[in-house]
Ligand binder design. Structure first.
Ligand code: HEM
Length: 398
């Protein structure tokens, strides 16, 4: 119990850890499944059962009174303050209810045709070259285009979404630097100004998009403030693609490393649904999320003091042998797979039905169009981020 992550020899920010955190999670889970690290000032939790239980415990939350937060006078601080993801009920319930309507399974299913068209269009552009960076040419633009269309961001504004989003989500890593903060503030200013222009246009000429729908709610009364409207649009645009990009690229890498599973999927495309769930379990795109201790509590003999944070390692829970049979095996036929890739409890991913659809379409179109796809390099490199973990590039031969 005195052991720290340091004493376990685990450096969460080292390239070696980020490239393959899974053996380290095994050590952590087996030796200290609930571990306080004084340097990080975090309780690390690594078993499936504990993460799944704690995510549903209302004494913990994404917000709490008196939590040290980014200065609300700064652009990033203001965004953070108005983001539904950083709220707890009743504000969380009110804001989440508004966006939830856009992501019901039937509404999302209606997008399948359009997502398929976008996927084909992207491959039309690169297939003749016989090679591509699957990340930059396919996994990135697909979810960006889908979420931009859904919200109603016109084509000429889309090139900025990715850099703005990258700068903002860097603040959710474990130890953002002052330079990260400065970049995030600048990105929030530019992103908000851009969205404000779009919102003003939609007020006069509404369209069939999510921005118009949210503008209508804002104008109807006090259920959505203008700052919340902008924060919600930014959250949807960022959360709506960051993880999906990595999920598609991680999934393809898993197939390259397990060619028999790729062959199986090509022979049996009806396995697409279970394959997508397995990708989210096996190489979880969002490795951890934090929760504040809002009320002092005892859990399995540990005392969580108010004001501290828990780091729930979803990706470690997803490889827990106590919950998943043969957890390090990539098995696209896996049936019993209630993974934590989308979290659990009240902050469970609101975009999960869309993310699933995008991934199913992405792999379906890839196996149909490029059945001989193979990796064009010996090793792959990861970006130096742990929370939103993903590849720098995925060069392939088509
Ligand atoms: C494979 C892709 C995706 C993964 C792995 C993923 C994962 C997650 C996870 C783990 C959470 C919970 C965070 C927590 O526990 O604190 C979350 C929340 C959220 N996700 Fe996703 N997500 C994905 C795609 C999407 C998409 C496509 C959208 C939007 C269209 C979206 C919107 C959101 C929002 C708004 C929240 C906050 C919900 C709340 O706080 O109530 N996500 N996501």
């Amino acid at each position: 119990m005195n052991m720290t992550l340091g004493k376990l020899g685990i450096d969460l920010l080292s390239p070696d850890f980020i490239a393959n955190p899974y053996p380290y999670y095994d050590i952590l889970r087996e030796s200290s499944p609930i571990l306080y690290d004084a340097d990080w000032k975090l309780w690390f939790v690594s078993t499936y059962e504990d993460i799944n239980t704690l995510l549903r415990d209302r004494r913990l939350g994404r917000d709490m009174e008196g939590a040290p937060k980014p200065d609300p006078q700064t652009p990033f601080g203001k965004l953070h303050h108005n983001s539904l993801m950083e709220k707890e009920p009743p504000d969380h319930t009110r804001l989440r209810g508004l966006v939830n309507k856009a992501f019901t399974p039937p509404r999302v299913e209606a997008l399948r045709q359009r997502v398929t068209e976008i996927a084909h269009r992207l491959l039309d552009a690169v297939q003749p070259r016989g090679e591509m960076d699957l990340l930059a040419d396919f996994a990135e633009p697909l979810p960006v285009m889908v979420i931009a269309e859904l919200l109603g961001v016109p084509e000429d504004g889309r090139a900025f979404l990715r850099p703005w989003s990258h700068a903002i989500v860097a603040m959710y890593e474990l130890s953002p630097t002052p330079e990260d903060e400065q970049k995030a503030n600048q990105a929030v200013i530019e992103f908000s100004t851009y969205l404000q222009g779009l919102i003003d246009k939609r007020k006069f000429t509404p369209r069939e998009d999510l921005i118009s729908a949210l503008v209508e709610v804002e104008e109807a009364g006090d259920r959505l403030s203008e700052a919340e409207l902008i924060a919600t649009c930014i959250l949807m645009l960022n959360a709506g693609h960051e993880a999906t990009v990595n999920a598609i690229a991680n999934g393809m890498l898993a197939f390259f490393r397990h060619p028999e599973q790729f062959e199986l999927l090509k022979r049996s495309p009806d396995l697409l649904k279970t394959a997508v769930e397995e990708i989210l379990r096996y190489d979880t795109p969002l490795q951890l999320f934090r929760r504040w201790v809002r009320e002092e509590m005892e859990y399995k003999g540990f005392r969580f003091e108010t004001g501290l944070q828990l780091a729930l390692l979803y990706a470690a829970g997803n490889r827990d042998p106590a919950r998943f049979f043969d957890p390090h095996r990539f098995d696209i036929t896996r049936q019993d797979n209630p993974h934590l890739g989308f979290g659990a409890g009240i902050h469970y991913c609101v975009g999960a039905p869309l993310a699933r659809l995008e991934m199913q379409v992405a792999f379906q179109v890839l196996i149909e169009r490029l059945p001989n796809l193979r990796l064009a390099c010996e090793t792959v490199e990861y970006r130096p981020n742990f929370v939103i973990r993903g590849l720098k590039a995925l060069p392939v031969i088509c």
